[in-house]
Design a protein around this ligand. Structure first.
Ligand SMILES: N#Cc1c(N)n[nH]c1-c1ccc2c(Cl)cn(Cc3cccnc3)c2c1
Length: 242
């Protein structure tokens, strides 16, 4: 997969080259290219924003500079892109979105700041490519860069070969629609707290049941919305207690 990120703060995306994603890039599983939006400005101040039409607070990012940047970046690789634009008003980015993005050959991220990017940029590219305006959650950030770090990590970990243990991605929270239950490791007793007996029993059937019950219990308590959204056939008779 090829990932391009256009931003006025390329340094903010440096963590994409670290650890998990760094190893994935070194292994050729992911190519990450960072592009400074200001490279496509033509004035001495490298201006990327202007006052909003209709008035209002803050500034809006200019369509001209985004158009030149995205034209150049998209043309720099032959793989057809999905353009992803983080935005407070975007559709929710979920594990299902991450799974869908993991099937793409190329993702191009347009990271904005200020009050956002002139809407005509999304409208223009939507006529040529799939374009998604996405939000990573119901809180307000200062720009799109943190969202890109979240999205790229959530997508990259699903790519074959990126995670050391492929079962992790298959069995983690949200993959089966439930939150993960609690996890334990040595020592058997820590500060007077013992690891649940069943996990040391060697009885794999009982362990699987216990883990399922803890996941259902935690999901019912913390995210009842996820439980309500589960398709009927995903809960078996033993699950009905939740
Ligand atoms: N994804 C996501 C996401 C999220 N979950 N919260 N905030 C954002 C986000 C994403 C992109 C931008 C761009 Cl471009 C500018 N801002 C600042 C801003 C804040 C409030 C209203 N308008 C713009 C962004 C905030």
């Amino acid at each position: 997969m090829r990932i391009d990120v256009v931003t006025i703060f390329p340094g903010y995306l440096a963590p994409l080259r670290e650890s998990l994603l760094g190893r994935a890039a070194d292994a050729g599983l992911i190519e990450v290219a960072l592009h400074d939006l200001r490279s496509w400005t033509h004035d001495v101040h490298q201006t990327v924003d202007d006052a909003p039409y209709g008035g209002g607070p803050g500034m809006v990012m200019r369509p001209q500079v985004w158009g030149e940047a995205l034209d150049a970046v998209i043309a720099s690789d032959s793989r057809p892109p999905r353009l992803v634009v983080p935005a407070p008003a975007g559709r929710s980015f979920t594990q299902a979105t991450a799974r869908a993005y993991a099937t793409e050959q190329r993702l191009v991220f347009a990271c904005g700041r200020y009050e956002g990017i002139d809407q005509r940029v999304v409208d223009h590219y939507s006529r040529q490519f799939p374009v998604d305006e996405v939000s990573i959650g119901d809180y307000v950030l200062v720009g799109g860069e943190a969202a890109v770090l979240v999205i790229v990590e959530a997508v990259a970990r699903l790519l074959p070969g990126v995670l050391g243990n492929p079962r992790s991605a298959a069995e983690d929270s949200f993959s089966d629609g439930l939150l993960e239950g609690p996890a334990y490791t040595r020592p058997e007793v820590w500060r007077g707290q013992a690891v649940p007996e069943v996990l040391r029993s060697g009885n794999h059937g009982a362990i699987a049941r216990w883990r399922r019950d803890r996941a259902l219990e935690r999901t019912a308590k913390r995210r009842p919305d996820l439980l309500a959204a589960l398709p009927e056939d995903r809960l078996d008779a033993a699950d009905q207690a939740f």
